[in-house]
Every structure is written in C-alpha cells, then in structure tokens.
Ligand binder design. Structure first.
Ligand code: HPA
Length: 273
C-alpha cells in the first residue's frame, strides 16, 4: 500500500515551489511526448524524484512531469506514462494520476496510440473515447480505499465527459480536423493481440485497442476528475492488415499526429480561460 499521506506532503511541497495549482492534467501517449515541449514550462521533475514512484522504462516515454501553462491555463503534463506490462502493480501504474489529483487537477486529458478495430477507422485517425472495457486488466482501485480521493464503489456510467467531448468536436471542426468516436479496450500487453483476440474484442463492442488509459481513467474518475480520452490510430489491429505490428511503427505513426493533438489540447485550454 502506497503511503498517500507522504504523497500529499510531497504535493504540498511541489505546490509551494511552483506557486500554482495545475487545473488540467495531460498524459501523453507513445511517441507524443514532444507536445510537452510546447508548454510554457515553469518546473519539471522526473517521476523517480518522488520516493517509491514508478519510473517509465519504455522507449518513447520520458518519465517526467512538466508544470507550466498552455494558453495561460495552469497544466501539468505527464510526459511518458507507466504501463502494467512494465511489471508494476496497477496501483503503481495509476500513482501519477492520483498525484495529479492531489495536486488539484480537475480535468484530465488522456492520450494514447491505439490499434484500430472498427473497420471505419484509418491509420492517422483521431478518436474521442466514449467508453472503455477494462475487464481484461486488474482494477487499479483494488486495495484499501483511499477515502480522501474517492468512494469505495465509484460509478463508471460516464467515465468520459460528454461535454468535454462536444467541446473537442467543436475545436476539431473549427480547425478542419476530423475526429471519430469509439470504445477503447485495454489489454495488458506487451505482446500485441492475436487476430482471434481482436475478433473477440470487436464482438465485445470495442473499436480501439491499447495497453493503457482505461486503468488511468478509472483512477481519475474515482478521484472526481473530468476526463477526455483521445486515441490516435497508429495501426490496424492484428489480423486486419497484412502488416506486422511493431513499436517502431506505432511510434512513427504517433509522431505524425502530434500537430493535430496539439491543436486540440491548446484549443481546449483556450476554452477554459
Ligand atoms: N494493440 C495494442 N496496443 C497498441 C496497438 C495495438 O494494435 N497499437 C498501439 N498500441
């Protein structure tokens, strides 16, 4: 069990050092880390500066928090996320999300690279999440409940905020960016799925597949945050194209959507002013 009181004390220390409370939290997915460079950064520190914190071990994930401003809105950006397949417990995986909640983050933008299952999706598409299926990974809230964060049995009927989705759709429209909507399914990874697993996921109602996000959304929802999930389709899911899946391909494809994502994130922050 992580020492949350210690985490609260640490958050207080950081808050007094940076002098503001971030309102928006942003988690950047594979290959999207450079968006953090666009933040008017005030303070940066590595996850492992906090004792007992997990460290991102994946290529393309820097493993640091960047505090600063986007469109004059105070934000904290998690440049690189922690994945369950790295060997951490689910509680450890969502620690940075909980840290952001303790720091005062009210709105969370979760981005990720995902495989497209829905036949209407193309590589390069941006998809706003309407819901998720996390049944195939352990629930991050398993353990003693942290009452200061949220209730024991949180409702998950509306994990992804509909109003935020509408705002994103509007910003996308204004900037000529096409966005789609869909349901994300999280598997543990690190191996990509088999074609049979993808057929199963499709039968269960999933449009996108990935190895993150749903667990973070659960922890964030538990802590009372408003959440927007944004996937970038970096590849057709297993069995849906002749191409072999590789992390390099995913990272390269992800890089190509950075501009679109940056426009959406920055446009969104502008609406909060
Ligand atoms: N499967 C799982 N995770 C992913 C994929 C995929 O096809 N693409 C990007 N992340």
């Amino acid at each position: 069990m992580y020492d949350y009181e210690r985490l609260e004390q640490y958050a207080l220390k950081i808050s007094s050092r940076i002098g503001f409370a971030p309102k928006v939290g942003i988690v950047l997915g594979s290959g999207m880390g450079e968006i953090a460079d666009k933040i008017n950064a005030v303070y940066t520190f590595a996850f492992n500066d906090i004792s007992g914190f997990p460290m991102s071990t994946v290529e393309g994930h820097a493993g640091q928090f960047v505090f600063g401003y986007i469109q004059d809105v105070p934000v904290v950006c998690m440049q690189g996320r922690i994945h369950y397949y790295e060997g951490y417990s689910m509680e450890e995986v969502v620690l940075p999300i909980r840290f952001m909640a303790i720091m005062g983050v009210e709105i969370l933008l979760l981005t990720n690279a995902a495989g497209g299952i829905n036949p209407d999706y193309n590589v390069g598409d941006i998809v706003l999440l309407t819901d998720h299926i996390s049944t195939f990974v352990p629930n991050p809230l398993i353990n003693k409940n942290i009452d200061s964060l949220g209730v024991r049995f949180p409702d998950m009927s509306h994990v992804y905020d509909e109003k935020m989705r509408d705002t994103m759709k509007e910003i996308a429209k204004q900037n000529g960016i096409e966005v789609k909507e869909g349901v994300y399914i999280q598997f543990t990874g690190p191996s990509y799925e088999t074609p049979a697993e993808i057929r199963m996921a499709a039968a269960l109602g999933a449009d996108l597949v990935g190895m993150s996000t749903a667990c973070e959304a659960i922890a964030a929802k538990h802590a009372g945050m408003k959440i927007c999930g944004i996937s970038h389709v970096t590849n057709a899911a297993a069995g849906l194209s002749d191409k072999e899946l590789s992390h390099e391909e995913v990272q390269q494809a992800a890089k190509q959507c950075e501009n679109k994502l940056e426009t959406l994130i920055s446009g969104f922050c502008k609406t909060l002013k």
